[in-house]
Unconditional design. Structure first.
Length: 113
């Protein structure tokens, strides 16, 4: 179990919902990954992410899927690609990742509270 945090610590994490609008294979990544573009609404726009979700999801099934992203990590360079947000998910056996998603359709950019 992780350390206990205060509410203001959790409140610093900018978790927002977005819709995947683009996916490409990412052969230059050290670990098998996709290049993913997520529409995070009018305030944040479309952001890029390198996502190691290739075991569970095909590129075509990811389009139009809503996901929950951490939007306030600093950009991270992965090979020749800049990852701007972290798409969240649950890591299972053998590196399989199940995406964290809202139960119902939510407007892009809505913050998780």
């Amino acid at each position: 179990m992780a350390a206990t945090i205060a509410w203001n610590d959790f409140d610093k994490v900018d978790l927002r919902v977005g819709t995947i609008v683009g996916v490409e294979d990412f052969p230059k990544a050290v670990k098998k990954a996709y290049k993913v573009w997520v529409d995070l609404g009018p305030e944040l726009g479309i952001k890029a992410s390198s996502a190691q979700i290739t075991i569970q999801y095909s590129m075509t099934e990811l389009i139009d899927k809503q996901v929950i992203c951490v939007c306030n990590f600093p950009p991270k360079q992965v090979a020749d690609f800049i990852s701007e947000v972290l798409i969240t998910g649950f890591i299972l056996e053998k590196g399989r990742v199940i995406l964290a998603q809202p139960e119902s359709l939510v407007p892009n950019g809505t913050r998780l509270a």
